[in-house]
Design a protein around this ligand. Structure first.
Ligand SMILES: [Zn+2]
Length: 405
């Protein structure tokens, strides 16, 4: 209850827009002033991952908007995260030509919406969570809300709004995989990168823990009867690390070690964890097999090694199909007279990884250009890029509709 009061007070006390540069206000049916009023409201709501009260307020705003334009809206509650909104432009769709994906959870602590409210300096908007991902979330709405009738008729479109993107939660992943499997294309509205950047591939990530079991013995009385798990772990680390050299763009980095009990005991247990990243799922599977084989062979006599992989993710892989989607985006930009996109390969994962893992052809970073993500005070979103990115999204749909007919 206290929190609720806090939020209401915060929203009411936010400043009204001071001035909007006239160059940005000109548009056809896109209205930057309305867009920014909506964005201001979204930024005024604390929606840290797992803070269901705030997350669900945004879910409701988005669900109501899509209902208001006649879309079919399904709300799925994800335990511990809040409501996921799945909106489709037609009822009972079994497959999609394209998914638009965005998220409304943030990494910003509850209270940051009041401390770092929406504010404008020239074309740049600031505020906690403004770039990741609220401005792009709102851009998805503007792309979908006034679609030409023939595009709406020809294409099956789904909008997938995640309440827990920042957590990489298994609950959200399950839904993303289910929905991604129905889609030909997915456009992920994470923030665009400075310099008109979009993302064509993202590394997948997972975690590899290797547990070692030896035999405890007294280090003074009978050390030879012991089997030292820490020594086996020390031998294992470079051998496991060397697996990365066999595959392009794979990284394995030991980041946690644990082991031993007391200073006079031969260590019976040890463990090393590796952060594991990869640009395609074939490399992922090959590395898993290699590390498993090394563990089965063992690293020192009398010490067993057991691999326990977790958080198995997919890469957002660049394939020939990705290049075909990129060609559509580039053509859309060209037809609009926009600067060509700069296509980037990046290390961090997004919902695009799961959608790609499910079989959709994905590009990411399609949203409003922003930066200093996750920094409550510095995080910024460039309002001069909203209209171009909204128009680009619509033009992409027009081209996809043409391609289909
Ligand atoms: Zn994000």
């Amino acid at each position: 209850m206290l929190r609720r009061k806090f939020i209401v007070k915060t929203a009411a006390s936010l400043p009204i827009f001071m001035s909007i540069p006239s160059v940005m206000a000109s548009s056809t049916d896109f209205d930057l002033k309305t867009y920014m009023e909506e964005l201001r409201e979204l930024v005024s709501i604390d929606s840290k991952s797992h803070y269901e009260e705030g997350v669900n307020r945004i879910a409701k705003i988005m669900a109501d908007r899509f209902k208001s334009i006649g879309w079919t809206v399904k709300v799925r509650y994800l335990k511990g995260l809040g409501d996921m909104v799945i909106a489709t432009n037609k009822p009972n769709l079994k497959s999609y030509d394209v998914i638009f994906s965005a998220h409304y959870d943030t990494v910003q602590s509850v209270g940051n919406a009041a401390k770092y409210p929406f504010r404008l300096k020239g074309n740049i908007a600031y505020g906690a969570g403004v770039a990741d991902d609220k401005s792009s979330l709102n851009a998805v709405w503007w792309i979908c809300k006034n679609l030409p009738a023939d595009v709406n008729k020809k294409l099956n479109i789904a909008v997938l709004l995640n309440p827990g993107e920042e957590t990489g939660s298994p609950e959200a992943k399950t839904v993303l995989m289910e929905e991604g499997a129905k889609a030909k294309y997915a456009l992920v509205y994470e923030p665009g990168r400075p310099g008109n950047g979009c993302v064509r591939s993202r590394k997948g990530a997972m975690y590899l823990a290797v547990h070692f079991k030896g035999l405890a013995a007294h280090a003074g009385n009978n050390p030879k009867e012991g089997r030292n798990a820490i020594e086996a772990m020390a031998l294992a680390i470079p051998k496991i690390k060397a697996v990365e050299d066999k595959y392009p763009d794979v990284t394995l980095n030991a980041d946690i070690v644990k082991g031993g009990t007391t200073s006079n005991t031969i260590a019976e247990d040890a463990m090393v964890g590796f952060d594991f990243r990869f640009f395609n799922d074939k490399s992922r599977d090959a590395v898993l097999k290699d590390v498993e084989e090394l563990c089965n062979k063992g690293f020192a006599p009398g010490v067993t090694a057991t691999l326990k992989p977790s958080n198995k993710g997919s890469a957002l892989a660049r394939t020939e199909k990705t290049d075909a989607l990129i060609a559509i985006v580039d053509r859309a930009a060209k037809e609009l007279g926009q600067t060509q996109m700069k296509w980037l390969d990046v290390g961090g994962a997004s919902d695009g990884n799961d959608l790609s893992g499910a079989g959709a052809t994905v590009v990411c970073g399609m949203g409003v250009v922003g930066g200093d993500l996750h920094h409550p005070e510095k995080e910024w979103s460039d309002m001069s890029t909203v209209k171009p990115r909204v128009e680009l999204g619509r033009k992409i749909l027009e081209l996809m509709a043409k391609e289909k007919s």
